[in-house]
Design a protein around this ligand. Structure first.
Ligand SMILES: [Zn+2]
Length: 104
């Protein structure tokens, strides 16, 4: 029984075309622990292409967008703002300018 002798003939599940499975192929698929092909040579390639090989590593997960964390505002400026809040009627810009002048 040579490897090229036909073991069985099957009909392609895609095109119904008959194709042969040789003893060599049978041995090959069995050695891989795979079922015998159910598609002709042509459609087997397409099926194979659509199924990722088990040995291939899965694609790495897309890195999630780094979450933007605003830098912590200096304590002195926030403290200054809080201290300046009771001062009514002064624009915030002016308060900021005063804070900047004081703490520089
Ligand atoms: Zn086919």
């Amino acid at each position: 029984m040579g490897r090229n002798d036909v073991y069985t003939t099957r009909a392609c599940k895609s095109c119904n075309q008959l194709f042969n499975i040789t003893y060599g192929e049978k041995a090959f698929y069995e050695s891989k622990g795979m079922n015998l092909p159910t598609h002709c040579e042509q459609h087997r390639g397409q099926v194979r292409a659509s199924i990722p090989l088990r040995s291939a590593p899965p694609p790495p997960p897309r890195p999630s967008q780094p979450r933007y964390t605003p830098p912590p505002s200096p304590a002195k400026s926030s403290g200054c703002l809080i201290a300046a809040l009771p001062i009514l009627g002064i624009p915030v810009v002016l308060i900021a300018a005063i804070c900047f002048a004081i703490f520089r």
